[in-house]
Design a protein. Structure first.
Ligand SMILES: [Ca+2]
Ligand SMILES: [Ca+2]
Ligand SMILES: [Ca+2]
Length: 209
């Protein structure tokens, strides 16, 4: 999708390509629950094999969530933690859990699981940036603010075994913000994250969770 110069199917004619509005039009389609194999393959230009692999992974996690209750059809937080055994970083895990749970009802259903597993296994660079954006934009106001960058810095610091003081986290957050926030409005917008993801792999890596 991202590299096509043509507009997306059904996109309103007044939307400027590559604009914030343009990327949100795409992001809303990318971050919508997936109800069928056809929808999955279409969204990620993927195959039924990949779809079936993700469904199998989902079923395994449901079983781990509810070992004694075959009637359940979603992943619980406890079951989901088994995806990353030994992972010590609770902040990171919580960020990702909240992101996967698109409707914030405390359950990850198959249609939600397919979205983020699809993005991470078969998504384009732009779709991956949309997935990261969604997870980092904790209050979903379509901006990643300094406090949300700080949360990410703290989580990834912990993941790499480093413990940073509040002051260090502040400096790191300012550095990242200064680099990505091209229009200097004090927050990172989706179009800014996509543009960085395309141009600077090292900075893009910071946002990958
Ligand atoms: Ca849910
Ligand atoms: Ca936000
Ligand atoms: Ca900005």
């Amino acid at each position: 999708m991202g590299n096509k110069s043509s507009k997306g199917k059904g996109m309103p004619a007044n939307i400027e390509p590559e604009s914030e509005e343009y990327w949100w039009w795409h992001a809303e389609k990318t971050l919508t629950p997936i109800d069928s194999c056809e929808e999955f393959c279409e969204r990620f230009k993927s195959t039924p094999e990949v779809y079936n692999g993700i469904v199998e992974e989902f079923n395994g996690l449901v079983k781990k969530s509810f070992p004694d209750d075959p009637s359940k059809d979603y992943i619980s937080y406890e079951g989901w933690l088994t995806m990353r055994p030994g992972e010590p970083n609770k902040k990171c895990l919580d960020l990702i859990w909240k992101g996967f749970d698109l409707d914030s009802n405390g359950k990850i259903t198959l249609d939600e699981f397919l979205v983020f597993q699809g993005i991470s296994t078969a998504g384009t660079l732009e779709q991956k940036a949309m997935g990261s954006f969604w997870m980092l934009d904790q209050n979903h106001d379509h901006k990643i603010g300094r406090d949300e960058i700080a949360l990410l810095m703290r989580a990834s610091g912990e993941a790499s075994g480093a413990s940073h003081s509040d002051e260090e986290i502040g400096h790191l957050s300012d550095f990242v913000l200064k680099f990505v926030d091209k229009d200097k409005n004090g927050s990172i917008e989706l179009s800014e994250l996509i543009s960085v993801a395309r141009s600077d792999e090292k900075i893009a890596d910071i946002f990958r969770i």
